[in-house]
Design a protein around this ligand. Structure first.
Ligand code: UFG
Length: 347
């Protein structure tokens, strides 16, 4: 059966994409994930929801020989979705060489493996971070990219450039870079969601941990921004919507609908939501009053960013259907499930 290889298939977006791919059922799904920031339990969760077990190779995507063995074991691979990467902005400032080594080496490796093994279709996880702090909103794919504010951001910006240069050099591989805005939420079943091994840096996992008493308090980073309520504005997008966009993007390449061999697409909802609005949405759907304070600004945060995703609609027939309440409700359902299963494990 034609097979799609996901790197980072046990991670947050990778595991949700595996579920959606399995639900569609056209392609077999295999994964490479060394569990650097993911749990092997993700494989059980995927199976519980999708009814199929994903074969995961617990190898490093930087290990060329091991990656080659996977390609040789699966001659039916028709596409690669490359999620695996280090992704913590703050950590990347402290450990730039680790970020550059891991994110570039794995990307180069996967591209080379595609070319060497006749795999024509490649999807890359990029980020709205490539746009930096931009005044003209919403951002389209024509919005110029700016110098990255962190080594992490640079791995996305330069990563896109690496793909672009590679695609120019070969007619054997086609690629799409998907620029995610702020993916949040969990599978609607509440059985799979974000489960970082490292402490959460992002807003929604922080909110759900504070609400369930695992963390004492949320600090809203800055209440004096020039926005409608003084807090930063982001374009939150449901992880299931993001996952479906990957399936559409892969189909688009497999069906030869691409207009060039390298394209980049924004994946956002188009709605700007402030931190306080996100907190209110959470409180409404959960019925939990969140313990938070307004604190200092976080260095490196942009004031506001949201997407114009009309190109993804035009090319992939994709729109982000799930709103902020659905995102928060699913994230909360997942957190409650996680709390319950962790408590059962400890008992
Ligand atoms: N926030 C808080 N308190 C927290 C955590 C976050 O107030 O404890 C705020 C942030 O200041 C920001 C919003 O919630 O206004 C969202 O923050 P996240 O950390 O969840 O997400 P970011 O917008 O910072 O991250 C996104 C992408 C990254 C990318 C980054 C670039 O997820 O991939 O933008 O700025 F690198």
């Amino acid at each position: 059966m034609p097979t799609v290889l996901i790197t980072g298939g046990c991670g947050y977006i990778g595991s949700h994409t595996a579920i959606e791919l399995m639900k569609v059922g056209k392609l077999d799904v295999i994964s490479i994930d060394n569990h650097h920031n993911s749990s092997p339990e993700a494989i059980d969760r995927i199976e519980a929801i999708a009814g199929k077990r994903m074969k995961n190779y617990a190898i490093d995507a930087c290990d060329r020989a091991a990656v080659q063995e996977v390609f040789e074991a699966h001659p039916d691979i028709v596409g690669v979705i490359h999620f695996a990467a280090y992704k913590a902005v703050g950590e990347s400032v402290e450990k730039p060489l680790e970020y550059y080594h891991n994110n570039f080496e794995s990307l180069v490796n996967m591209l080379a493996a595609c070319e060497a093994n006749g795999v024509e279709n490649f999807i890359f996880s990029s980020s709205c971070t490539v746009y930096g702090d931009i005044d003209k909103l919403p951002v389209t794919e024509e919005t110029p990219t700016t110098e990255a504010a962190s080594p992490y951001g640079n791995t996305k910006l330069v990563g896109e450039r690496i793909i672009q240069d590679f695609i120019k050099s070969t007619d054997k591989v086609k690629a799409i870079a998907l620029r995610y805005f702020n993916p949040v939420g969990a599978d609607e079943s509440g059985l799979n969601g974000e489960d970082p091994i490292n402490a959460p840096n992002n807003l929604v996992p922080f909110i759900t941990r504070v609400a369930s008493g695992l963390l004492p308090q949320l600090t809203v980073f800055g209440g004096d921004y020039p926005t409608r309520d003084g807090t930063c504005i982001r374009d939150y997008i449901h992880v299931t919507d993001i996952s479906i966009a990957h399936i559409n993007a892969l189909d688009y390449l497999l069906d030869g609908k691409n207009s060039s061999n390298y394209e980049r697409l924004n994946l956002g909802s188009g709605n700007g939501v402030s931190v306080l609005e996100a907190i209110n949405a959470f409180e409404e759907v959960s019925g939990v009053k969140l313990n938070y304070v307004i604190g200092d600004r976080r260095p490196g945060d942009v004031t506001q960013i949201y997407s114009d995703s009309s190109l993804a609609k035009e090319k992939l027939g994709w729109v982000a259907g799930r709103g902020i309440s659905e995102m928060m409700a699913s994230a909360w359902k997942w957190q409650l499930n996680l709390n319950e299963s962790r408590a059962a494990q400890e008992a």
